[in-house]
Design a protein around this ligand. Structure first.
Ligand SMILES: Cc1cc2nc3c(=O)[nH]c(=O)nc-3n(C[C@H](O)[C@H](O)[C@H](O)COP(=O)(O)OP(=O)(O)OC[C@H]3O[C@@H](n4cnc5c(N)ncnc54)[C@H](O)[C@@H]3O)c2cc1C
Length: 448
């Protein structure tokens, strides 16, 4: 392996973003990726004339970091927005699919008339939602998402709105997830204004543009562009040692020296690598749990599709879930990805406590997905193509106490000049957050 002044470990979006800025600034770097493929959980495949996103399918528009990078890479013309006007999400409620009331921001109702008309929650919960408008500001110690949501809107809102919606993002357990880390904006509103409903009703009309964005050719295009700028070596980083003010990293048995190391791999992998550098830091990183998931994508002939066409897709709340967590109708969300004569469904499995799903064979998972789709939307047609993607230990969980742990992690990392942490384990798991962590690491290196 070529000697690099900077070694980046992990070739997902975080590591590639760091490599991009270093390359731009002319700083020599080597990016180590243990898989033969770059991109980490971002993977775009094509089958026939269908575009299949095997991991993430889009990024949130409200955070600017993904768009900035896309512009810098000359990909702005490739950006497409989610069709929010046509966005209809269903939630399973007592075995039937019920429309998510319009104007619901996460689990917060911002259009009272549509929530009042919805059968998704009972009248008792609707009254509770009304009373929430009267709440005054209050500060709480970090508490779970379950406690936070139940306190504001009651248990039914947790079960039928917050839990299924958050499962889609974190694959996590709301009893464990930290409100302060997962819902920082809402906790801030609680502290400053009290009522989430009152605040969001006031600000709801101000959003411009689509909620989510993606690339016409898939997020894989972003990876390809970034990869072209990075100096990549495929191999597994096995250990890191501190040598005076610098480091050495063992990759496939060979040691290389580095003034800076960017750990852009999952926190559990960083923990293993850092055990000999700072044992306490390794323990703290290892305490960040991760969940695993699997996505089964199936393509059907539109002419044979005999199931309910459930808008952009549906979510199954934990209280009603058997195996399937959620299902997206890809062509409704992003029409460019599916031709008119086909329908692609993306079925999500796994999440907290359901990791065993990854051990099942492709055939077993497809059979489970088909059985679930038969029960929920009455689909009996056979897919003409199916693809399973497994993402073991890939989604960091910000559990209660994450904020305090993070402070200790950051102060210990700061005490090791030249060591940089990036990735989804810290301050946001979405693509824009990961890009930010990678680029911030590069900025610090360039500045030094
Ligand atoms: C199924 C799924 C769907 C998602 N959907 C969305 C979405 O729609 N929108 C959104 O914004 N976010 C989404 N996310 C979250 C987001 O995609 C991820 O948080 C982000 O892509 C993680 O990027 P990363 O580079 O930090 O980590 P990863 O993509 O996990 O990359 C880390 C890389 O490090 C490598 N590595 C690990 N150990 C070593 C080692 N010892 N040596 C060398 N290499 C190593 C791994 O092989 C991997 O390639 C989703 C995540 C998943 C799993």
């Amino acid at each position: 392996m070529a000697r690099g002044q900077v070694i980046i470990i992990g070739g997902g979006i975080s590591g590639l973003s760091a490599a991009f800025d270093l390359a731009k600034a002319g700083v020599p770097h080597t990016l180590i990726e243990k898989q033969p493929r770059l991109g980490g959980v971002i993977e775009t495949r094509r089958w026939d004339d269908c575009l299949l996103e095997c991991g993430p399918d889009s990024f949130i528009s409200a955070k600017p970091e993904a768009m900035s990078l896309i512009r810098e890479l000359g990909l702005a013309g490739e950006v497409i927005g989610s069709k929010d006007d046509e966005r209809v999400t269903y939630i399973q409620h007592h075995g039937k699919l019920v429309r998510l009331p319009e104007g619901t921001t996460m689990f917060v109702p911002t259009r009272p008339s549509s929530m009042l008309a919805s059968p998704l929650v009972s009248w008792g919960t609707k009254v509770r939602m009304g009373l929430e408008l009267l709440r005054g500001p209050k500060t709480y110690p970090d508490r779970s998402v379950s406690e936070f949501v139940t306190d504001h809107f009651g248990r039914e809102t947790l079960d039928y709105l917050a839990e299924p919606l958050l499962s889609g993002v974190y694959g996590g357990d709301p009893d464990q997830l930290s409100a302060g880390s997962v819902l920082p904006r809402f906790v801030e509103i609680e502290r400053k204004n009290g009522s989430l409903g009152r605040t969001l009703i006031r600000t709801h009309a101000t959003r411009n543009g689509p909620l989510f964005r993606a690339l016409k050719g898939g997020l894989g295009c972003l990876i390809e562009r970034l990869a072209a700028k990075a100096n990549v070596v495929h191999g597994a980083a096995e250990a890191i040692e501190r040598r005076g003010d610098s480091f050495r990293v063992r990759v496939n048995g060979d040691w290389s020296d580095a003034d800076h190391v960017v750990l852009a791999c999952p926190a559990w992998a960083a923990a293993e690598l850092l055990a000999g550098v700072d044992g306490r830091l390794a323990v703290l990183l290892g305490m960040i749990p991760y969940t695993s998931s699997a996505i089964a994508q199936m393509v059907f002939r539109a002419s044979e599709f005999d199931g309910q066409r459930a808008g952009t897709g549906f979510l199954i709340p934990r209280v009603e879930r058997r195996r399937l967590m959620a299902c997206t109708f890809v062509g409704t969300k992003f029409p460019h990805r599916v031709p008119a004569d086909k329908i692609t469904l993306r079925c999500f499995f796994g999440g907290a406590g359901n990791e065993a799903v990854l051990d099942e064979s492709d055939e077993e998972l497809i059979a489970v997905a088909r059985e679930e789709l038969r029960a929920i939307i009455g689909l009996t047609a056979a897919p003409i193509f199916a693809n399973i993607s497994r993402w073991p230990r890939s989604m960091a969980q910000y559990i209660v106490g994450h904020g305090a742990r993070l402070q200790e992690i950051e102060s210990r990392a700061l005490a090791l000049p030249g060591l940089h942490l990036a990735g989804n384990a810290f301050r946001g798991i979405g693509i824009p957050d990961c890009i930010r962590t990678g680029r911030e690491a590069a900025d610090r290196i360039i500045a030094s």
